[in-house]
Design a binder for this molecule. Structure first.
Ligand code: ARG
Length: 424
């Protein structure tokens, strides 16, 4: 049996995922969103060779290469694979509160990440940035995905999130006699630099720092700045020298501004914005990654999932403000990416945030750009985020036109990553 024959036999056995890379694929659909121009192109034809897009045209004008496998996505619209710039793949599955998931063992959390990576890929997210995980679990999972051992999105993985002692990303749940610190804790510029180096040593290909308090941590105030400007400058300088993109968790205004001034590439959450912070971000080209679906999820399901009152109260304080800030940032033309903080809601529901991004001020096209070209630009990955010649073949398809109804992105029917079909 030749290779194609093996693939065909596998297809008969496995209905959900083909997992076969044909040397050449000729893909047609009803429409394609060109996320760069915003155009909806009818009857697109795309040629994929190995993991790259080598031709893009329209049916009838682009010849079918000899021996190509043909995939016809009738009635579907194709789009570049979605990119979520803020996830935590090692979290527990739905129905387990974040507090319980903190108590899970390292191996269990690695298994969570394996399962969540697959769920995320199958929902159309072909790339994610994992913003913080203890014990380098998600780095191991990323490496397993890259080697073809397991299925998942391409991952930029931070190691343990950098935090001040007692900060949002420290362990504030254990009693003092345990002397328990999260692995990312580092105080002072040199210690913080050393922590960046340690993360890189163990495989991190992006860096996350916690600039302010947060919603889902004990005893921290969302509005309070934690890392000083000098510490953040040291972290950014060290990461940039090594070619890594830096994300800063920041809710409070002072922390947002200091993170921007320190030169971080993206600010996460960005709840309490003011005009000066918006201007600073625009001037420095800082990208905002705002997880605006979370409020709805936590205020609906948090209590039944066992989220403590302290955290529910902080969510109530942050939610409305964050959405207003999102609208203001969109109106001001700040660069935005899609970042959901999946883990707070179940993995695989990431696309629910698209409709909220439209509800709070983006056009459908802007929301799609946030999860494609803008994310690729943030990660300096020039061959991702578009269906165009020379780009990596990460392609998804939905039934209907997402420029009319963005919520159809919640039902992705076809997923190709790196030229390989995972869902059809
Ligand atoms: N990881 C963030 C934190 O704990 C999540 C914030 C979720 N709430 C929100 N409105 N975005 O602070």
């Amino acid at each position: 049996m030749n290779f194609k024959g093996v693939c065909f036999a596998l297809l008969l056995l496995v209905s959900s995922a083909a997992n076969c890379v044909s040397a050449t694929t000729y893909l047609t659909a009803a429409a394609m969103v060109d996320v760069k121009s915003g155009e909806l192109i009818a009857n697109p034809a795309i040629i994929v060779e190995a993991n790259k897009i080598t031709s893009v045209g329209v049916v009838g004008e682009l010849d079918i290469p000899a021996g190509a496998e043909e995939i016809n996505l009738a009635g579907m619209t194709v789009l570049p694979g979605f990119m979520d710039m803020h996830v935590h793949l090692d979290s527990a599955q739905d129905g387990v509160s974040f507090l319980e998931s903190r108590l899970q063992s390292v191996p269990r959390r690695a298994v969570n990440a394996v399962a969540n990576a697959k769920t995320t890929l199958m929902s159309g997210f072909t790339s994610v940035r994992n913003l913080g995980a203890a014990n380098y679990t998600v780095i191991a999972v990323r490496n397993s995905i890259d080697s073809g051992q397991i299925d998942g999105p391409r991952i930029w993985a931070a190691g343990p999130s950098l935090s001040i002692t007692g900060g949002h990303c420290d362990d504030n749940y254990s009693p003092p006699e345990k002397q328990s610190f999260s692995q990312g804790v580092a105080d002072g510029p040199w210690a913080a630099r050393a922590k960046v180096r340690e993360n890189i040593k163990y495989g991190a290909n992006t860096i996350k720092l916690c600039a302010t308090g947060g919603v889902f941590s004990r005893g921290t105030k969302v509005g309070e700045i934690q890392y000083s400007l000098a510490e953040m400058e040291a972290i950014v300088d060290e990461a940039h020298r090594r070619g890594l993109v830096v994300a800063a968790h920041a809710h409070g205004t002072e922390g947002i501004k200091a993170a921007i001034m320190a030169g971080v590439d993206s600010v996460e959450h960005v709840s309490f914005l003011d005009k000066e912070a918006i201007q600073l971000a625009k001037k420095n080209g800082t990208v905002f990654s705002m997880d605006i679906y979370n409020t709805e999820y936590t205020l609906t399901f948090g209590e039944q999932n066992g989220v403590p009152e302290e955290n529910l109260a902080k969510e109530r304080a942050v939610g409305t403000k964050q959405r207003e800030s999102f609208t203001a940032a969109v109106e001001a033309g700040v660069k935005m990416v899609m970042g959901t903080d999946a883990a707070i809601f179940p993995h695989g529901l990431n696309a629910r945030q698209f409709s909220r991004m439209v509800q709070f001020g983006m056009t459908e096209l802007q929301a799609l750009q946030a999860a494609t070209i803008n994310a690729a630009a943030l990660m300096k990955q020039e061959d991702l985020g578009q269906i165009a010649v020379g780009y990596l073949a990460d392609i998804v398809a939905v039934a209907g036109n997402p420029l009319d109804d963005i919520s159809i992105t919640e039902n992705v029917a076809f997923v190709m990553k790196d030229g390989k079909v995972y869902k059809q």
